[in-house]
Write a protein that binds this ligand. Sequence first.
Ligand code: NAD
Ligand code: ZN
Length: 363
Amino acid sequence: MTVTRNTKNVPYYQLGFGAFASLEGMVDARRSPESPGALFYVDHFFRGDGGCTLPLPVRGDDLVVFVNTEREPTVENIDLLSGEAEVFFGERLPCCVTGIGGGSVLDTAKAVANLLTNPGRAEDYQGWELVRHPAVYKIGVPTIAGTGAECSRTCVLTNHKRGLKLGMNSDFTVYDQILLDPELTRSVPRDQFFFTGVDTFMHCFESLRGSYRNVIVDRLSETAVDLCREVFLGRGDMQSDDKLEKMMVASYIGGMAAGNTGAVHPISAALSTVLHLPHGKANCYALSVLGDIYPEEHALFMEMKAENGIDLPPGICRYLPDERCEALYRASIIHEKPLTNALGPDYKTILNRDRLIALFRAM
Ligand code: NAD
Ligand code: ZN
């Protein structure tokens, strides 16, 4: 067996219903005379008339920013947010950055924490090992489970100018502490719970079906896939208490294994960059037409979708003008690493232009 990459995981996690109550102690432990203020990014779903609907441990020197997640994070938006934080905190750094939300907010907090200690703009760090200095201390609190963003070493950002979705892949991007409280996910709408949840299934089976392998990642992926089966096909509702917790665990374990995606994610990324489809839903459309490449997982996914009454209205690309299909093709095929993982170095022949465009038309 080859030697694996030297791998960093989240050093501290706490799991369980009610774990959110620990946030106050965790944030306060970071406060110091040099850095008294904390920075919070919170999904706009939790914005109420009188501020945040969650009991946030906010003090006078803190900045709370509600993040609109109707659109997923872009490099431009990260530049704006980090600029705003720099103005607010002045010469000082915040004592910590806390992200409370789904993949979009968790990634926003990670990206801003990197930018606060590294000069330049977000797009300068899209790629691998480009972040030079350790980020501000980060706490991640997922409120929807599935992306694994709470424990991955990336923060996915859309760059419309360059036509790609790419994160700051770095050990500095990993959260220092995560709080996994399934109670926070209770309010997630059914469809959204499914679309985000099956992202774990996608990351893990794409890894298991690929050629870039690692024994530990394989075991983590298998466990996460099993948990997804239990959530989406096991007895009882997918949003029952025990399944809310199971989904959170699946996301965490799957997130540790994520990184070696296959054919689903490049096609999904194209749907997100060109048509602005959200990530989880875009994955589902991608896998719905990949039965030839992933027959077993395609069948399993269709079963999960039917079992939970999830609708994917067909025809999203059927009547698109040719140039939009061309853009979808280009935005998929640039993802060389995952496509090689799935299909080998000849991926451009296997998934040629005509075949890819036919797949989009069939969605
Ligand atoms: P999201 O964060 O975009 O949120 C989706 C929707 O769910 C939003 O409308 C949000 O308001 C709502 N929501 C969140 N929590 C809720 C709650 N408790 N109750 C009610 N509504 C709630 O969705 P996501 O699928 O978690 O994240 C997608 C993003 O994650 C994409 O940008 C994707 O590229 C990224 N991603 C990152 C990684 C990584 O490793 N960093 C991995 C996969 C995907
Ligand atoms: Zn994903």
